[in-house]
Design a protein around this ligand. Structure first.
Ligand code: FAD
Length: 405
């Protein structure tokens, strides 16, 4: 059977590509194949409101089954694509069937990094899917002490919910601060203090080398020889782009599937979108592989435009958010290479932002309960603006005035 468009992976990016194609009046046939048994859904709430039991499952879905039926988008659920044959332009499914394509979109997302243990340990939890979130939610309901390995944003969000549910929370982190990969030490310190004031205990510079079953508990063993027991373990130690299918079909990959600004891979009939792709960004003049909803949604629109016959190269300022307790962190841009940074606002009032500069240009903003700073900063980054940095910390000077200078 020949399909005009086949999409592998019915997650955020795959789902958004199908939806965007129809929004852009694409008339061809679309088949979306997903390994999970769900309609395409949004993952952010899995470590936030859905985990807390405050958001219903149906609110996670990008669209209803009715929408996909009405828009003639064929979804094959619960089915893994096991191979791509680029010569014959077909994909093979786990049930031995084959589907032909005119254009193929790879939207296979990420896979979580797993922690190796010397023996088989039951009940170690990772968080990527609705099923994972439901299992962790259940544990938060009936356990007393949770240990979270990895103090990235997912681990911290789980910690904030576990605290609300009155659990004792320990976090073990390899580095010396939280979210060390993405934010500056000022932002890390702020979040560490916030979590500590809520009751979280941290163990930094600690590498977990093993976990053992100890009756009903787990024993966490660290490389310095220390160990402690806990009721439940959740592991959030990063993800890898899911590129095995692409690699084995010979597509160019390097930290993700390499695509151009239209999402096209080294094969002109194949695109890649979302977490699994690595794209050029002309604002940052470098290739980026992003793990965010914005990237999944915006790149999807760009690919849909290419396939539907218009042209919308993907050139966006990356942005991201995280919710922990009453704190909303919004990040615009990429701060890693900054040479100077300033703070605006008041950390002690839980309302401040960090502006990052490189060679006199604004490259990133981390905004804590500061939506205005986030919005203005994002705009300035897109403009590649040279802003008078020395004025930013002065709260008496409005950002609009700074912009006009
Ligand atoms: P996914 O949504 O992971 O979808 C990929 C899909 O492909 C999966 O369903 C997978 O099963 C399927 N698949 C893989 N291989 C195959 C195959 N061979 N055959 C068939 N199907 C296959 N981003 C934010 O911007 N803000 C947040 O606050 C935020 N919070 C998050 C919280 C959690 C707990 C998680 C897990 C992620 C969060 N993210 C957040 C990240 C965001 O959800 C991802 O960047 C986004 O889902 C990426 O979309 P994707 O389609 O590339 O990958």
């Amino acid at each position: 059977m020949k399909n005009d468009v086949v999409i592998i992976g019915a997650g955020h990016a795959g789902g958004m590509t199908a939806i965007s194609l129809r929004q852009q009046k694409y008339q061809g046939s679309i088949t979306l194949i997903g390994e999970e048994n769900f309609l395409p859904y949004q993952r952010p709430a899995l470590s936030k409101g859905f985990l807390a039991g405050e958001i219903e499952e149906k609110r996670l879905y990008l669209k209803s089954q009715d929408y996909f039926d009405k828009n003639n988008i064929n979804i094959i659920r619960n089915c893994e694509v096991v191979a791509i044959d680029r010569n014959n332009k077909t994909v093979s499914l786990e049930n031995q069937k084959q589907l032909g394509y005119e254009q193929l979109i790879i939207a296979t997302g990420s896979i979580v990094n797993k922690l190796k243990t010397s023996s088989r340990v039951t009940d170690l939890y990772y968080l990527r899917t609705i099923g994972d979130s439901l299992k962790i939610r259940e544990k938060l309901r009936n356990k007393n002490k949770i240990t979270i390995i990895g103090a990235g944003y997912i681990g911290l969000e789980i910690a904030s919910i576990a605290i609300k549910k009155n659990l004792e929370v320990n976090m073990v982190e390899l580095e010396n601060r939280v979210m060390g990969r993405v934010v500056s030490s000022e932002v890390s310190n702020f979040f560490q203090n916030k979590h500590q004031s809520e009751g979280v205990e941290f163990k930094f510079n600690a590498s977990v080398i093993d976990i053992e079953d100890q009756g009903k508990q787990k024993r966490i063993i660290c490389s310095d020889g220390s160990f402690f027991n806990t009721d439940v373990v959740v592991i959030g130690i990063g993800i890898q782009p899911n590129i095995e299918l692409a690699k084995s079909s010979g597509l160019a990959c390097d930290n993700g599937i390499l695509v151009d600004e239209n999402g096209q891979t080294s094969d002109p009939y194949i695109y890649a979108v979302g977490d699994c792709s690595n794209h050029p960004n002309n604002i940052f003049k470098q290739r980026l592989r992003l793990e965010s909803v914005q990237n999944a949604a915006e790149q999807a629109k760009s690919i849909a435009a290419s396939i539907a016959g218009s042209h919308k190269p993907y050139q966006e300022v990356p942005w991201f958010w995280s919710d922990q307790y009453n704190i909303k962190l919004q990040i615009a841009g990429i701060s890693q290479d900054h040479d100077h940074r300033v703070i605006r606002g008041f950390p002690e009032e839980e309302k401040f932002s960090v502006f990052y500069q490189k060679e006199k240009r604004l490259i990133a903003v981390d905004a804590i309960n500061s939506p205005k700073e986030f919005m203005v900063g994002k705009k300035w980054i897109a403009m590649q603006a040279k802003v008078p940095f020395d004025l930013i910390p002065n709260m008496d000077v409005d950002l609009k005035i700074i912009e006009s200078l």
